[in-house]
Design a protein. Sequence first.
Length: 294
Amino acid sequence: MNGLQSIPEWKRYFGNPTGSILGVVNAAQSIGSVVSLPVVGWLSDRLGRRLTLLLGSLTIVASSAIQAASVKYGMFVFSRVLVGVGSMLVVQPAPMLITELAYPTHRGKYTRYVIRKNGQRINASCADTASFINSAFWTMYYLGAILASWTCYGTQRNMTDDWTWRIPSIIQAGFPIVQILFWWCVPESPRYDLLQWPTTGLYGRRSACSNTPCRWLIANDRREEAEQLLARFHTDGDVNHPLVQFEMSEIIHTLSMEARASQVPWSTLVKTPGNRKRTFIAICVGAFAQWNVS
């Protein structure tokens, strides 16, 4: 977006926006991300990582088309909001899928940030490697930013019409299209194969109970699928390999921890002075990250 704002043709086309009007254009993508944030985790667990990724990529492609075809300021802002929605649908499940498919000893090489929930590592049994989000994944952001900047520079130097900013808007859909093409080759996470809802069994069968033990009985319907997937990528198809059994136990243990943690009410975040301070710090980290000119 910064690259587009540097293009004179873009400024003239949209009436040389300044101040808050220009700020809305910049903030639109973040607004879209915030809007989709409350549901993206639910979608990842309900629909699976793969389907959520596909939905996000399709949204970005559609929003890029709207952005490139924009004829009014409002239409352009709307397209940027959609970009934010689609981006969140990709950014949230993608690192999880990579981590959950990666060979255990390779996860640390691909990852950087510790994932925490209620102050503790989600994947405790994997120590310092299994509970990281992929640094290789996040490095691609900077590669994309560099390509976007040079694209805007190239069109600005060699063109003088509306296509100066429409072409970068179209190219924005390039990598999502590549993701869609290769999406068919990406397997679902074995963790998702084990994950089930408390009151609904596999293939929509209803369960008479909704407690955690019952949840695991339902989840066992997909245990064989998860074992086969882990064996396919980690042990050359040997479902009886100790590594497969270790990873299965690890996933089940993690899901059990999350099931217990899900019973903790949101009010716990502000119930005690210590928790209020921790919540404030966590909010500040997110806000300050947006203020570092990244």
